[in-house]
Design a protein around this ligand. Structure first.
Ligand SMILES: [Zn+2]
Length: 80
């Protein structure tokens, strides 16, 4: 995924447009219900059903090896 610079997104923010060009791996916290703060939104397809959820980036990884290592140590399921 590309990690956003801020909640305004690539349409409104030039720094987000730059950030959208870089693909990386990230651990994100998904919010099923809208919150009282502004967060970026991503489309999620779960069991074939599309939805849009707010999220926070918790950690960005430099490569796939670092992702697998972190997931193994922290018992985290990797999804794409
Ligand atoms: Zn931004």
């Amino acid at each position: 995924m590309s990690t956003p610079h801020c909640a305004r997104g690539p349409t409104l923010c030039s720094k987000c447009r730059e950030a959208a060009k870089v693909e990386n791996y990230a651990l994100v916290r998904i919010y099923r219900e809208p919150g009282m703060v502004t967060r970026p939104v991503m489309e999620i397809i779960e069991n074939g059903k599309k939805s849009h959820c707010e999220f926070d980036v918790i950690k960005v990884f430099k490569d796939n090896i670092e992702v697998k290592d972190y997931a193994k140590k922290n018992s985290i399921k990797i999804v794409s």
